[in-house]
Design a protein around this ligand. Structure first.
Ligand code: ADP
Ligand code: UDP
Ligand code: MG
Length: 236
């Protein structure tokens, strides 16, 4: 079972029984009984490890949109893994062509490339609270991040959204992206279900996954997200 927060009282008092997403048939998911608000551990501040929330969900589930609201309301820096890769793709970097090809196919870029970009973004920021949006997309990404950064995320926010809603949003996104087309979105959904969902499951088993209903208006969704961040007790 995964966690789903719809309101502050629910967040603190009890876990709502959650239906298991169809996609999760491919993997087992567990959740601890007691919901504790994620707190920055002492070890985090002592070792100067940043406070990190990964933000996951399918393409078009609203990760980027909600990250902007969270960042603005709660003072987080928003690191979009896809945004970093797109910037790299449009630069003269040796990886540009490779990233463009992978994105167009709906595949995942090599972990070393993405983690290096994320590390640089963390290190160059003054802030110590980060939303890492759209990453890790694979178990390999996750392991590489934890090895290179030397820490697990503090928690993981997951947007749960039906496929047809996600596809509709992606096809209306209109940002000129190489991957926002019918063919690539189908591929991305396959990759998401087979390779990214197991990462979410990994964190669910560790009691670190906070699942939010990603349907409705942007404002309605943010009201589901707000209590999670409002309950954080951060020293930064
Ligand atoms: N709740 C919502 N209802 C309708 N459209 C939305 C909603 N949230 C986001 N969108 C739009 O859907 C598209 C995908 O949202 P985005 O935040 O980019 O998702 P993701 O980062 O998960 O791919 C964007 O054009 C965005 O403006
Ligand atoms: O950690 C990441 C994040 C993104 N991508 C690539 O970038 C694309 C777009 O990612 P983004 O997070 O921007 O898409 P979203 O899910 O927000 O639509 C993905 O399909 C992948 O090809 C990747 O390889 N690794
Ligand atoms: Mg996005």
């Amino acid at each position: 079972m995964w966690r789903r927060f719809t309101s502050l009282p629910l967040f603190f008092s009890h876990l709502q029984q959650v239906r298991r997403a169809d996609e999760l048939k491919i993997c087992q998911a567990f959740c601890t009984e007691i919901v504790k608000p994620p707190v920055e551990g002492e070890s985090n501040s002592r070792r100067n490890i940043p406070f990190v929330a990964f933000v996951l969900g399918g393409p078009g589930s609203g990760k980027g949109t909600q990250c902007l609201k969270i960042a603005e309301t709660f003072g987080f820096d928003h690191i979009g893994a896809g945004d970093l890769l797109r910037k790299e793709m449009h630069s003269d970097s040796e990886n540009g062509a490779m990233i463009q090809k992978l994105m167009k196919e709906g595949s995942i870029a090599p972990s070393e490339v993405t983690v290096k970009l994320i590390k640089k973004a963390i290190e160059s920021a003054e802030n110590r609270k980060f939303l890492i949006d759209g990453f890790p997309r694979s178990e390999e990404n996750r392991v590489a991040y934890e090895r290179i950064i030397g820490a697990e995320p503090n928690f993981v926010l997951f947007f749960d959204c039906p496929e047809e809603v996600m596809v509709k949003r992606v096809l209306n996104r209109n940002e000129g992206r190489v991957d926002d087309n019918e063919h690539t979105v189908k591929e991305r959904l396959k990759v998401y279900k087979a390779i990214t969902l197991p990462v979410a499951n990994h964190y669910a088993k560790k009691g670190k996954l906070y699942k939010v209903d990603g349907t409705g208006t942007q404002e309605e969704i943010f009201e589901r997200v707000r209590p999670i961040f409002a309950s954080l007790r951060l020293s930064t």
